[in-house]
Design a protein around this ligand. Structure first.
Ligand code: F6P
Length: 464
């Protein structure tokens, strides 16, 4: 059986309870099959080092973790710069926030080349290579130029915008050409796959072959959607932890006569948090029965704080939370409990279970696994209600959630009110349908599906 080699910017020990969506999904995938996981060590080498830091190798169960340090300059241009100030905003439809600053692009190319140079000697001829996310789009072409002929797949965890947005990215021709070094490109949603196909044909003049593959630059590549899921059983198992039980019990006791809503996000402008708070304020304005009763716990974990747009969103959100609490708060009740910190993952199930409503209202999101985790954690006899943005990738699958347009604040407030008032029978019916779907296509099905299609997309290279 071929070995699985996963490459992502972030790497985490799959035996530990991790925090982020990608790290959790990859940890699950690798722990099942075993293999090698390669990426950045999380360490920045200061003082003009070349960035060619030594490799760190560590075994974690059946997974070999290999990581590499980055120099300050490489980190600032490749990760903070091109990945998170150019590609992240552009791929989330925010060209207004995109900075295609000088040096970013060169840093992005340099680190992808560095990754390829360090990884190539560790590869076996029959490895299956799976590259993840926007930081590493050109990695396959760098590997190919070093002579790697293995099957290589790529999965994009963030949205892929429509062709005119992609076409505004300086150097997009090079970026799109890089995709053709892969055998399979996976996207989160049908909509993303459609945008990609239109871009390939319209801008890269790729030919769409009868079997659905695309041909350009002398290579053929398959592209399709694989909506990422969660490990439902593993997550439900977390609910048994002492921390989760304690969180649930405390919150249920505190809110026995009130209603609790929850939002859990990284503090990213794509998550639509200021609009969410405005919708909550509108709920208190328009439906006064919620005053002295409904409380929103909003956890916003710090992220990418050296980027201005993230500092701006933090100030806006903190101003709004203060204003809403100042206007409506009582001695014994505050409408918003806002926390700007990362929460232990093992406490999350308790929080999800205590909340009657979850607000997952990004302006744009690749998938959003919080939506799936909330559903997984509900009591089937008395489930809470998911209010979900139609612009989250999860909305393509989770049609039984209450879908909202987060830009329409009054309509969002009205939908939150509907969620709070929803009769038990309807809650059960919607929840059962959602749970069934996230179980059917969980993270294991996602991995098997992707790797199955990758195996068919290209013949295994001859072993010499
Ligand atoms: O949404 C893309 C993503 O890579 C997630 O999978 C992950 O949780 C998040 O971004 C983490 O971002 P960073 O690695 O920049 O902290």
């Amino acid at each position: 059986m071929s070995r699985l080699v996963v490459i992502s910017n972030r790497v985490s020990d799959p035996r530990k309870v991790a925090a982020g969506g990608l790290a959790v999904a990859l940890g699950d995938a690798l722990a099942t099959s075993g293999g090698l996981w390669f990426g950045w060590s999380g360490k920045i080498v200061e003082g003009g080092a070349s960035g060619e830091g030594e490799l760190h190798q560590q075994r974690a169960g059946n997974v070999e973790l290999v990581t590499i340090d980055l120099s300050r300059e490489d980190h600032d241009t490749y990760y903070t710069g091109y990945s998170n100030q150019a590609l992240w905003p552009a791929f989330h439809y925010r060209l207004d926030l995109a900075d295609f600053g000088s040096g970013f692009f060169a840093g992005y190319q340099r680190v992808n080349r560095l990754f390829a140079r360090k990884l190539a000697p560790l590869l076996r001829d029959d490895d299956v290579i799976w590259v993840h996310d926007y930081h590493l789009i050109p990695l396959a072409s760098e590997l190919r130029s070093l002579g790697c002929r293995q099957r290589i797949g790529f999965f994009l965890h963030i949205p892929l915008p429509p062709p005119p947005i992609l076409a505004a990215i300086p150097g997009h021709e090079w970026l799109m050409r890089s995709f053709f070094a892969y055998d399979l490109v996976g996207l989160q949603t049908h909509e993303d796959a459609d945008h990609f196909a239109r871009f390939l044909v319209g801008e890269a003049h790729a030919e769409r072959l009868p079997d659905g593959r695309f041909s350009a630059y002398g290579r053929t590549m398959r592209a399709q959607d694989f909506p990422i899921g969660i490990d439902v059983d593993e997550f439900q198992g977390l609910a048994e932890s002492a921390e989760s039980r304690e969180t649930e019990a405390t919150l249920k006791q505190q809110y026995a006569h009130r209603r609790l809503l929850v939002g859990i996000d990284r503090l990213d402008y794509s998550k639509g948090l200021p609009r969410r708070l405005r919708a909550f304020r509108e709920l208190l304005d328009n439906y006064p029965e919620n005053r002295n009763s409904a409380t929103l716990i909003q956890i916003a974990s710090p992220t990418r704080e050296s980027v201005d747009a993230y500092a701006d969103i933090r100030h806006e959100l903190e101003g709004l939370a203060g204003e809403i609490n100042g206007t409506y708060g009582e001695l014994a009740w505050m409408p918003i409990r806002y926390m700007h910190r990362t929460w232990a993952r093992k406490r999350l199930p308790g929080l999800y279970r205590a909340a009657k409503v979850a607000l997952v209202t990004p302006l744009r999101d690749g998938m959003n696994l919080v939506a799936k985790e909330y559903v997984a954690m509900q009591d089937e006899d008395d489930p809470g209600v998911l209010v979900l943005s139609r612009f989250a990738g999860a909305a393509e699958q989770m049609r039984e959630a209450l879908l909202v347009n987060p830009y329409d604040i009054p309509a969002t407030a009205q939908t939150i009110q509907r969620a709070l008032q929803m009769p038990l029978a309807e809650r059960r019916e919607r929840h059962a349908a959602l749970l069934k779907r996230i179980r059917e296509y969980d993270v294991h099905a996602w991995r098997k599906d992707f790797l199955g299609v990758l195996a068919e997309a290209a013949p295994p290279p001859p072993v010499v």
